[in-house]
Ligand binder design. Structure first.
Ligand SMILES: *Cc1c(COP(=O)(O)O)cnc(C)c1O
Length: 365
């Protein structure tokens, strides 16, 4: 299908499709790259792992314009910044916020500064910030330090902060929940997702509640959040000074939306749990190898969480709560696998002569 023949609906971004649920008016300029409308992929092999007639869907957010869900919020945050006459946006980032901010700022024709923890950004995300022309500053510290600096910069009149502490970001990110309800015909029973700063779990919960209030859904899902074991402040109930995990997008020791996330977990009857780096990498490999969906490590935390919940030998968030037969389960996978190519371990074979026999032997068929 070419762009010219695609249904109009699919060509419109988050603001045009969900205007009545967003803090925009006719005066708001729309800075969009056609974000949202990502596939909700039915996953039969994943469903079989869960068993008992449950149906699992993966919401593949890596197919947004800069390859993560951050674009849903960034279209609103940058549009509102331009409406207010701002000439620059600034953000702290573990990588994906900066990639998205840089792209939408370029589109808007305003400047973008990104503050990153030195040496901690996945290579694909770093490339994006430079390609879109952002000013990149690496600081000697972690994400939480970077966000502290950005909060200070945000007090100056020239900078609009586009981290998820900006409510326009959360507003745009609600749209993923809207799309899921529209596609399934109702809210799912369970929604699993990775948790870093906890903005996204907050946004989904707000989106589901708004669609219930608007009578577009008849129920609400239980929200299940997963943190990496080495950076699990919400799970442990205390800030983590030196968060560590291979899943750099959720390497956060002091989540910005901590209280809102706790409210979402409590009010939805959900839970928060942890998954180890080994479990994350195994889930990443499994999803790519069995369902053909390649995601970055942080994104695989929701899949690792689902596996943990199905492992009857272990205590887990989901079983504590109880999983009912025939449940509809949605796992959000937040970013594309190519964002972080170094996380994938493989050995390249030595080359062979260009003959059929040698190639057949090499591939082991
Ligand atoms: C930002 C991000 C997260 C974490 O989302 P929060 O809203 O900070 O909880 C998870 N995965 C990826 C790929 C991200 O970019």
């Amino acid at each position: 299908m070419t762009l010219a023949t695609a249904p109009r609906e699919q060509r419109r971004g988050v603001i045009e499709r969900y205007r009545e649920f967003l803090p925009v008016s006719a005066a708001t300029p729309i800075i969009s790259l056609g974000e949202g409308n990502t596939p909700l992929i039915p996953c039969p092999k994943l469903s079989a792992q869960v068993g008992r007639g449950c149906e699992v869907f993966v919401k593949y957010e890596g197919l947004n314009p800069t390859c993560s869900f951050k674009d849903r919020g960034m279209t609103v945050a940058v549009s509102k910044a331009v409406e207010r006459g701002m000439q620059a946006v600034v953000c702290a980032s573990t990588g994906n916020t900066s990639a998205s901010a840089a792209a939408y700022a370029a589109r808007a024709g305003i400047r973008c500064a990104v503050i990153l923890p030195a040496g901690k950004i996945a290579s694909g995300k770093m490339v994006q910030a430079y390609a879109y022309g952002a000013r990149v500053v690496a600081i000697e510290g972690n994400f939480d330090d970077a966000l502290r600096v950005v909060r200070e910069l945000g007090k100056r009149p020239e900078f609009a902060v586009v981290n998820s502490i900006n409510p326009d970001r959360i507003a745009g990110q609600k749209s993923a929940a809207f799309e899921i309800v529209e596609e399934l015909g109702d809210a799912p029973d369970l929604h699993l997702l990775p948790v870093g700063n906890a903005g996204n779990i907050t946004a989904y919960w707000a989106g589901y509640r708004e669609y219930l209030a608007a009578e577009k859904a008849s129920k609400l899902p239980a929200m299940l959040g997963f943190q990496a074991a080495g950076s699990a402040p919400i799970f442990h109930g205390k800030t983590i000074e030196q968060p560590e995990t291979i899943a750099s997008a959720i390497r956060i020791g002091n989540p910005a939306s901590w209280d809102l996330a706790k409210a979402a977990l409590r009010d939805s009857g959900g839970a928060i749990d942890i998954v180890t780096d080994d479990e994350i990498l195994e889930a990443q490999r499994w999803l790519a190898g069995h369902e053909g969906i390649f995601v970055e490590p942080a994104s695989a935390a929701s899949i690792a969480g689902l596996f943990k919940c199905c492992d009857t030998g272990r205590a887990s968030a989901l079983r504590t709560r109880g999983i009912e037969d025939g449940s509809q389960i949605v796992c959000t996978v937040t970013g594309h696998g190519l964002k972080d190519p170094d996380a994938v371990r493989f050995t390249t074979e030595s080359s062979v002569r260009p003959s059929e026999a040698e190639v057949l032997r090499a591939i082991g068929f």
